[in-house]
Design a protein around this ligand. Structure first.
Ligand SMILES: [Zn+2]
Length: 192
């Protein structure tokens, strides 16, 4: 009975991940790590950072985790997954991450997809698609490019709606704040 109960819970978690992720072979552990990455993203939004979070894990052990920190650091490469990879390398004293799964709330960009290939990440799991900058399926498919020497398996669309909502809510709030702080009168003065 306990086993049946556990199985039912696992199925419920997998269903939550979304149909596309299910087809791509998402696991209950992936979903758990994605929820953790989403929490990092939420905390980043509260600091005024674009809410993207990343967790690098070996099995269920978290090796490194980070959120976007470009605003606070001024570092143009401060994307969540890239900083997590960098931290993991420092911590381990080794750059190869072939034994790790990288879980990130947004489809990695070209810069981060390059880092994924270069760090030999074992597997990539991501949430929302990024039609404007995604380099795993949207604009490019860098980690799947057969001309490169490393092609990690990828699972996209894990909790995609929830991950995407974190971003759209953040940008909507920021637009609102910006339009509130620049009233029409000053804008027309600038135009004139
Ligand atoms: Zn990136």
């Amino acid at each position: 009975m306990t086993r049946r109960g556990g199985g039912a819970a696992r199925h419920a978690i997998l269903r939550m991940a979304g149909p596309r992720a299910l087809r791509a072979g998402v696991t209950a552990r992936d979903v758990g790590l994605m929820l953790r990455a989403m929490r990092l993203a939420r905390e980043a939004a509260a600091r005024g950072e674009v809410p993207v979070g990343a967790v690098l894990a070996r099995g269920s052990t978290v090796v490194a985790e980070h959120a976007n920190d470009r605003e606070s650091t001024g570092d143009p490469t401060g994307h969540a997954e890239l900083v997590a990879l960098r931290e993991a390398g420092k911590r381990r004293g080794a750059w190869r991450m072939s034994d790790c799964t990288l879980v990130v709330t947004l489809e990695p960009c070209a810069m981060c997809a390059g880092a994924i290939v270069n760090s030999r990440v074992g597997r990539v799991v991501y949430g929302a698609r990024d039609p404007k900058a995604g380099a795993c399926e949207s604009l490019y498919a860098i980690p799947a490019d057969t001309r490169l020497n490393h092609r990690p398996p990828m699972v996209g669309g894990v909790l995609a709606k929830a991950c995407g909502r974190q971003l759209t809510a953040f940008f909507a709030r920021r637009r609102q704040e910006r339009s509130a702080s620049s009233p029409r009168s000053s804008r027309s003065t600038t135009v004139a």
